[in-house]
Structures are given as structure tokens and as C-alpha cells.
Design a protein around this ligand. Structure first.
Ligand SMILES: Cc1cc2nc3c(=O)[nH]c(=O)nc-3n(C[C@H](O)[C@H](O)[C@H](O)COP(=O)(O)OP(=O)(O)OC[C@H]3O[C@@H](n4cnc5c(N)ncnc54)[C@H](O)[C@@H]3O)c2cc1C
Length: 535
């Protein structure tokens, strides 16, 4: 166990997207910050994106599913009871090592779905409350994009021009134009010009394998160097087992396994949990005690409940001409929000975004490509089908709003544990009827767009299975302690010096990739923390 004089102002658990942002904000203001991260540093020049075997890496040691990857820093997840597999990365930078850096913000309506549509709950703040934090987060990450998108209130200037649309983006944009539908170059957390000491993107493609040029804004190359320069202490290979609580019901530290497998204790005046939508409820539920028998901060019974993924369907258009979509940032070209807002005549509430992703390299094309359409046949037909598909496809991903439902949950598995013997999480998730109708509508409209763009064939995957990129909602925020776990500043209703600041606190999931909003919320929470601490 650690010594008694080693008391941090704040101990943060998790050095990912939100943990990095919070640590930087507090360290810069002079707070004593210690962060415990179960993984280590990954040296950008070692990222698989810069290696010849990158396509194999994607299927093995850089697979986004921790159950497949099985690295020492990973913990197992029982996902037998879910059609969607949770995906993540465990290291300094967290899942932003893996992310595609598609960077849309939640739209103003996402903060008010109860008021507008009578479903779920409103966020305890509005888009305009969060706007300065969106902007501050953009400045640290460096965002490629273009102002003027009619789908959003005016934004501040983007730091660099948008990522190139490429032949693929231009082609599908013509399809949207023919139909008179909205589209806009995606905001991407990927530099297209040098910025803040980082190099520009070279359009090599596999961003999800880590960006060896540091053009992609993973928090290990954005927030963490700045936080460390301001005195934050980052303890890697340190896996939190439980948050401990003192005599007055206040959090007083975190018990963790260090790199040598020894149990240590980090004492702190405040504890901040940033382990993502699966890791955070796992840690809180594993921190049950005599005072908090059903898990820490869980008097509402909502820790682990309301798990939201974004269910995805994907339609792949096959074209006669080459689209060369294996070049350019994999997850980012353009997006369309034509069907974002509620129109009940469509048969569902809320809506979806079309995210135009690029296509795969040769090995992954042969294995079925992004949409998982089944492998290109082996034998006589192989070359014909391969020639038809490789570099000649456009994938339109339909990313649908996933409203919170109590039965979609992270609980603690009865038997499974990680290498340290800490109980593992179990996922139970059923896609709602509303989501199913939304994705069916989206697949139909995506097919129309691809046909308008000139596709000769459209292959529909109605539900992408290994698509749990976005882990949200399992410690939701709100004003009412009976219907939420934390307040608007991320502070637990039950424990006044315990905070949650990651994707778990989202009230609803929106219909866009969530990380811009998650990091803005982390900065918002950090400002409120500082104000309270100074008082
Ligand atoms: C393949 C992939 C592609 C994605 N693409 C996009 C995209 O294009 N756009 C977008 O917006 N989002 C994308 N995402 C999602 C994005 O990465 C997440 O939304 C974001 O990283 C979540 O931030 P977080 O802080 O909640 O958690 P994370 O970034 O996952 O960080 C959690 C950290 O906590 C650590 N941790 C967990 N438990 C413990 C413990 N017990 N002790 C110590 N440390 C612990 C983990 O090791 C990890 O480093 C993608 C994700 C994946 C996997």
C-alpha cells in the first residue's frame, strides 16, 4: 500500500479521451493530479498504421474487440447477451488510439429530446452552454473542417481545411445533390496542415491502427503531453480495483494493481472516474461496500443501466469506376444529416446520420470489407469478384440515435475475471423497435443515394455486429438523484467528492459519433470542479 503522505488533490482513473481532457484542465490550473491507467504508452512510431503488416494487425493485436485482442492491459467482456460487441482500446489515449476521429458535435436538439419529442430526458445543459467547451476542445485537438454547415449553429473557424473528399466523397456527394439532400465535409480530428507541433495527415488510410504521424488527435498526443508539462502524474500499468470510501462517506482514494501486480493505494481528496461506458460502471459496481452495498454512487440503481451503443447499418455501393477509397482517413469523408430530426411519418422518433466511410485494403476487402458482407469467394470466382469490389466501393454507414432503456445494461459477470482476479463486466443489450425501424429506413435511403451516385449494386448489412464503438449512458447525469447518477458537473449525487466524466454520463446518445461531446463535457465538468474547489 502507498504511503499516507501521498495524497493527491485528484486521482483520475483512465487516461483516455475524457481523462486526458480533465487532467489537462486541472493540472493547468495548478491542481495536484494523479492518473491511474491500466495500459501503457504506445509510441506513435510503433503504431501498426506505419507497418507493412497493418492489415494483419487489424485482425490481431490491434483488433478493436478486447476479447479478440487479449493484450495484458485488456479485461474480458462477456458480450454473449448482446448483438453488438463493445469495442475499446486500453492505453494512454484510451479508445482514441483506435478511433477514426470523425468529429461531429451533438446537435442542439440532442440536448432537448424530452422537451421536443417527449422521449428519454433532456440534458441538464444546452448546446450553447457547452459551446465554449466544444471550441476549447477543438483548439487542443486541431479540427479539419469547414464552417457554414446549415445543420449546426455557426462554429468558430476550424483549425485546418477539411480532409480531402477524394473521388469517393465527390461521387456520393453528387448522389446527395441529385436527391436534394443535406451533406457537408465532416469535421475530423485529423490535421490536414501542421498544427501545434504535429504533422499533417498523409492520407495513408488506417487511422484506427493509431496515427504514426500524430496527425490524428488521440489524447496521448494532444492532452497528455500538455497535462504532464503542467505537473500531472500519470501512473501506467495501474489497474484500479476499487474506489474506497472513508468514515464520512467521502471517497478517499483508489486501490489498484501496479505494474508488478502488487496492490497499492492512491489517496486523494477527490476521485474522478473516466474508464468509459463499460469500465466505469464496472469499477463503481466493484466498489460496493457496507455503506454502498449495491455499488458506489448507485442509490438510484442506475449505475450500469441505460447502456447505449449506436446501432449501425451499412450499405456498400459497388461502382464500375475506381473510387480509391482505401486512401484517405478511413472514417471521414462527408456526412449527411438529412434525416436527423424527428418526423413521425417515418415510423420512428429521432433520426440518424449518414457517415461516409472509406473502403478497406485488399486483405480486408477479400474478407468482406467494412460492412462484413461475407468473404470474396475462394477459387474460380475470386479474381472476378475481387476486381469488382476492391477500390470500387462506397460505404454509407447509418448511425442511429439509440435511446436509453433500463434493461440495456452493464452488470458484473458471476464468473469471469481479468488477470488480476477483478470481476469482469457483462453486457445485456437488445436493439429497440424504434432503432430497428430507423435503421431499415436508413438502409433504404442510403441505397437510393448510392444509386443516384451511380452504383450498379448496393449490398445492405442491416446491423453491423462488431460495432460497439460508442459506449454511453451507464452513469447518466441529471438533476434528480432518483433518475440519474451524477449531476451536470459529473459529481455523484451520493458521494460529494466522486466524479464521473466519460461517455457514461451521456443522457441520450445523439445520432453522431460522441467524442467531441464527451470531451467538451469533461472540460465543462473540470471548470465546475475548479470553481467549487476554489470556493
Ligand atoms: C475502433 C473505434 C473507432 C472509433 N471511432 C470514433 C469516431 O470516429 N468518432 C468518435 O467520436 N468516436 C469514435 N470512437 C469512440 C471513442 O474512441 C470514444 O467515444 C472515446 O474514446 C471515449 O472516451 P472515454 O474517455 O469515455 O473512454 P476511453 O477513451 O475508452 O478511455 C478509458 C480509459 O480508461 C482506462 N481504464 C478502464 N478501466 C480501468 C481501470 N479499472 N483502471 C485503470 N484504467 C482503466 C482504459 O484503459 C482507457 O484508457 C471509436 C472507438 C473505437 C474503438
Amino acid at each position: 500500500m502507498g504511503s499516507r503522505d501521498d495524497i493527491a488533490d485528484v486521482v483520475i482513473v483512465g487516461a483516455g479521451a475524457s481523462g486526458g481532457a480533465f487532467a489537462w484542465s486541472l493540472a493547468e490550473a495548478g491542481f495536484g493530479v494523479v492518473c491511474l491507467e491500466q495500459g501503457g504508452w504506445v509510441e506513435p512510431r510503433d503504431y501498426a498504421s506505419g507497418r507493412a503488416d497493418w492489415e494483419i494487425a487489424k485482425l490481431s493485436y490491434m483488433h478493436p474487440d478486447p476479447n479478440v485482442r487479449g493484450l495484458p492491459q485488456d479485461y474480458p467482456v462477456n458480450d454473449d447477451d448482446s448483438p453488438i460487441t463493445p469495442l475499446m482500446y486500453n492505453a494512454v489515449g484510451g479508445s482514441t488510439i483506435h478511433w477514426s476521429a470523425h468529429f461531429p458535435r451533438f446537435r442542439p436538439s440532442d440536448f432537448r429530446v424530452k422537451s421536443l419529442d417527449g422521449v428519454a430526458d433532456d440534458f441538464p445543459m444546452t448546446y450553447s452552454d457547452l459551446e465554449p467547451y466544444f471550441d476549447a476542445n477543438d483548439r487542443i485537438n486541431g479540427i479539419a473542417g469547414m464552417t457554414g454547415d446549415p445543420g449546426y449553429p455557426d462554429k468558430s473557424d476550424r483549425q485546418t481545411p477539411p480532409v480531402p473528399l477524394g473521388k469517393l466523397g465527390e461521387t456520393i456527394a453528387r448522389g446527395f445533390d441529385k436527391l436534394g439532400w443535406h451533406w457537408w465535409p465532416s469535421d475530423s480530428a485529423i490535421l490536414t496542415e501542421p498544427y501545434d507541433g504535429r504533422a499533417a495527415c498523409n492520407n495513408c488510410g488506417p487511422c484506427e491502427l493509431g496515427c504514426y504521424r500524430k496527425a490524428k488527435a488521440s489524447s496521448d498526443v494532444t492532452y497528455w503531453p500538455k497535462a504532464l508539462a503542467k505537473g500531472a502524474v500519470l501512473k501506467t500499468w495501474s489497474r484500479a480495483k476499487e474506489v474506497t470510501v472513508g468514515a464520512y462517506g467521502l471517497a478517499d482514494g483508489v486501490v489498484y494493481y501496479d505494474a508488478d501486480g502488487r496492490l497499492q493505494r492512491q489517496r486523494a481528496r477527490a476521485v474522478v472516474v473516466a474508464c468509459n461506458g463499460v469500465g466505469t460502471p464496472r469499477l463503481l459496481l466493484n466498489s460496493a461496500s457496507g455503506r454502498f452495498p449495491s455499488g458506489l454512487a448507485n442509490s438510484s440503481g442506475l449505475v450500469g443501466k441505460n447502456l447505449m451503443f449506436h446501432p449501425y447499418s451499412i450499405v456498400m455501393g459497388v461502382f464500375d469506376e475506381r473510387m480509391d477509397g482505401y486512401m484517405g482517413p478511413g472514417g471521414c469523408a462527408i456526412m449527411s444529416q438529412e434525416f436527423y430530426e424527428t418526423d413521425l411519418s417515418r415510423g420512428f422518433v429521432r433520426g440518424y446520420t449518414f457517415q461516409i466511410a472509406r473502403s478497406s485494403g485488399p486483405l480486408n476487402t477479400a474478407l468482406g470489407g467494412l460492412g462484413g458482407y461475407g468473404p470474396v469467394p475462394w477459387g474460380a470466382e475470386h479474381h472476378r469478384v475481387m476486381k469488382e469490389r476492391f477500390a470500387r466501393t462506397i460505404a454509407v454507414a447509418v448511425i442511429g440515435e439509440d435511446l436509453p432503456e433500463r434493461h440495456n445494461a452493464v452488470t458484473i459477470d458471476d464468473e469471469m475475471t481479468d488477470d488480476h482476479g477483478i470481476p469482469a463486466p457483462k453486457i445485456s443489450y437488445t436493439m429497440s423497435e424504434n432503432s430497428a425501424r430507423m435503421l431499415a429506413h436508413g438502409s433504404e435511403k442510403a441505397t437510393l443515394a448510392l444509386e443516384a451516385a451511380g452504383a450498379k449494386e448496393a449490398l445492405v448489412n442491416p446491423l453491423l455486429r462488431p460495432a460497439g464503438w460508442h459506449l454511453m449512458g451507464t452513469a447518466r447525469m441529471g438533476a434528480d438523484p432518483e433518475t440519474s447518477v451524477v449531476d451536470e458537473s459529473g459529481r455523484a449525487h451520493d458521494v460529494e467528492n466522486l466524479y464521473v466524466i466519460d461517455g457514461s454520463i451521456l443522457v441520450t446518445g445523439g445520432a453522431v459519433n460522441p467524442t467531441s461531446t464527451i470531451q467538451a463535457l469533461a472540460l465543462y465538468a473540470a471548470d465546475r470542479f475548479k470553481t467549487r474547489a476554489r470556493r
